[in-house]
Design a protein around this ligand. Sequence first.
Ligand SMILES: *Cc1c(COP(=O)(O)O)cnc(C)c1O
Length: 389
Amino acid sequence: MDWLAVEKRHDSGVYAKSDFVVTRGEGAYVWDTEGNRYLDLINGIGVGFLGHGHPKVVEAIKAQAERLMVLPQVFASDRRAEFYKALTDVLPESLTRVFPTNSGTEAVEAALKFARAATGKKKFVAAMRSFHGRTFGSLSLTWEKKYREPFMPLVEPVEFIPYNDVEALERAVDEETAALILEPVQGEGGVRPATEAFLKAARRRTEEVGALLVLDEIQTGLGRTGRLFAFEHYGVVPDVLTLAKPLGGGFPLGAMVTTDAVADKMPKGAHGSTFGGNPLAMAAGTAAIRAVVEERLWERAGRLGEVFMEALRKIQSPKIREVRGKGLMVGIELKEKAAPYLKRLAEEHRILGLQAGANVMRFLPPAVVTEEELLSAARAVGEVLDEGK
Ligand SMILES: *Cc1c(COP(=O)(O)O)cnc(C)c1O
């Protein structure tokens, strides 16, 4: 069967599609139907921080699939309790209450609804170049025009401020504001870390006016940036934290985590999710959190990220504007479009990377990648950028 043709015929068409069909993954690698092996530095857009098929996650899913897969949240579950404990144990003590979801955008939706319910206010403030998801609520806080404009009108009022602009933040976050939502390192928007002054101002100003600070760590959370949570780099604790991508170790799982004060203001029955908090996802999540914590993978991510970025910074190419990132979240901003170089990287070197905006080559390697693999990837990037030319 020509699976590529079948998929292309019936696909919704919202994604540009590779011209190979991926069938299997293990650790930092995936294989296609032709038997080609690729070094996967995308890993499900940051989902596979533990790599593909981490044995502890696979084991947990197998065991729980046989026991119980689904259970609405009106019934208490041993697996759910275990997940809540595993997660809140590694968070600051103010973050006590969890709303489990099936994706990142649902965690953001929950954050927005909890914020309005808890503050009684309406306005949201987000950053330019932000990415918070694709459903109407989260899309309303996502910057990229191309994602938003066909679907107007969206949730209002929303004010966008330049990222890392403290004065703009202090002006925009006012008495009418329910929440300010920020990524500690912007992912999709080009791999841009926040400054400490900006996140500190975010914390101070939201407190001043009674707004909530929501940190969207869907991409940065659970070890990728060199700390278990990126906010630890900044000494800032949010009122609401959104998590997803790596949280289920590859299984679809997200969570909104908040304080007692916020959660207590949400009326019973005012929010919910049929699949959210199902025991299968909870088992995967607990296994993933434990694997990251037991292996202290944030330390590995921090160290390997430095090695990778240092190698990339040595590439002598006039096409590179900047190499930046935090831990294993790495961007190379080019002076031209990134797509052709990513295509060459996949075709000529069998290394998978992705775009962040038009000009940035983005890499989200799994923590199981080796130093040698990252150095060879950096050499390949140098080659496709025709080093020196
Ligand atoms: C990926 C991402 C989302 C959306 O998550 P989905 O699971 O795709 O809905 C939201 N915020 C950030 C920062 C992300 O990286």
